[in-house]
Design a protein around this ligand. Structure first.
Ligand code: 13P
Length: 283
């Protein structure tokens, strides 16, 4: 069933687990995520990034997400990842998204507040949840790149002000993760997660979670992270599936046969994540 992000994350916050938010680009990816969620009885978030929307088109992404969510036996939210501007958020709401992120992290605090507030006012009026980001998460998420030198951790006092003034539903924090493949092991600032979580009270979101060790993710969840974004690890699993199949069957020309093992690899990776997030049997 299709639900809002807020509904999912408030339950996660209350019960101390995290909901996986997985990036979708095509039908096989949507199916892999939903099958993993159903087989583990997990609530889940399907999210579309800028690259996903550009690749598939908003109509296709929204239609795939809605059909999947409505058919699913578990609660599913359809979320916009790193929304770039007011117009795009409105378009997503019009196409049936139940949750949106407005990413004004490139702006100074005052501007980020004003930018985010405008979205919240409209989204709240139609029951759509809003995520926003404070601080800057490094790395590349599709077409958006933040240089490591420009990445800045979320300041707890600013977070309080930001949340109070914007009235967002959940906050993406910069606490040491980065989008994409890590060169070394990421070092999370757990004290910062705890401080922000104690001070702002709303569910927190961890971006760039691929490649972060399971124990670090579990600790982050115990301190207030309620939504965990995963993209890169799924791409790796999918591509491994395609490569393995084509290595063993170089003459196969049936896209269904080529994509089936990729989808299966991805589904297994998602199920492993759901175990780590503690979302199993929380649907
Ligand atoms: P990764 O690609 O590092 O998993 O990050 C995904 C993400 O945070 C999407 O917003």
């Amino acid at each position: 069933m299709l639900v809002t992000g807020r509904e999912l994350l408030l339950d996660a916050q209350k019960k101390g687990y995290a909901v996986g938010a997985f990036n979708v680009n095509n039908m096989e990816i949507v199916q892999a995520i939903i099958e993993a969620a159903e087989e583990t009885n997990s609530p889940v978030i399907l999210q579309a990034s800028q690259g996903g929307i550009k690749y598939a088109g908003i109509e296709y992404i929204a239609a795939l997400g809605k059909v999947a969510a409505e058919k699913a036996k578990v609660p599913v939210a359809l979320h916009l990842d790193h929304g770039t501007d007011f117009d795009q958020v409105m378009l997503c709401i019009r196409h049936g998204f139940t949750s949106v992120m407005i990413d004004g992290s490139r702006f100074p605090l005052e501007e980020n507040i004003a930018y985010t507030k405008k979205v919240v006012e409209v989204a709240k009026a139609v029951g759509v949840s809003v995520e926003a980001e404070l601080g800057k998460i490094g790395g590349t998420e599709d077409h958006i790149t933040v240089d490591e030198r420009d990445a800045t951790f979320t300041d707890p006092d600013e977070a309080v002000r930001f949340v109070n003034e914007t009235d967002i539903d959940f906050l993406a924090v910069a606490v040491g993760t980065a989008h994409g493949v890590y060169k070394g092991e990421p070092k999370l600032d757990f004290d910062r997660i705890k401080t922000i979580s104690d001070m702002v009270k709303i569910p927190l979101v961890l971006h760039g979670s691929s490649g972060v060790p399971a124990e670090a993710l579990k600790k982050a969840i115990s301190l207030g992270i309620c939504k965990i974004n995963i993209d890169t690890d799924l791409r790796i699993a999918f591509t491994e599936g395609v490569k393995n199949f084509l290595k063993e069957n170089p003459d196969n020309i049936d896209p269904r046969k080529i994509l089936a093992p990729a989808k299966a690899m991805m589904k297994e990776r998602i199920k492993e994540k759901m175990e780590v997030f503690g979302s199993v049997n929380k649907a």
